[in-house]
Design a protein. Sequence first.
Length: 136
Amino acid sequence: MRSKSRGLLVTLFGFFLSSVPVWAHHSVTAEFDPKKSFTITGTLKKLDWTNPHIYVWVEAKDENGQMVTYGIEAVPPGMLHRAGVTRDAFKVGETVTVIAAPAKDGTKNIGLGRRITFADGHSIRLNDRSDDDNTQ
């Protein structure tokens, strides 16, 4: 009886270990500083509606007046879809304002999206962190 229990335990532990990579995901705080934010207003140049995250590409002027393309990471497309947001909500060429958390490594033109606001005033939340709504 004891060896059957041990065998079952070893087998279950093996299944557990083999499933760990499925849970693997990068940490938001490892790449971005959620305590800070920046805001850009510019033209929506591109939308990558792909897994594991969508990316919104916005062309805007930086602090030196130079045109720069910002890459903004957001949640997976499935999460936005479940919230009723489809890729058709993003119109390339439209003026948008994005609030994002900056990269920790100092890269100026990437960020973790918090919210995107469109020219008509409606906005879409780009993440699943409830505390980001209070940080601007």
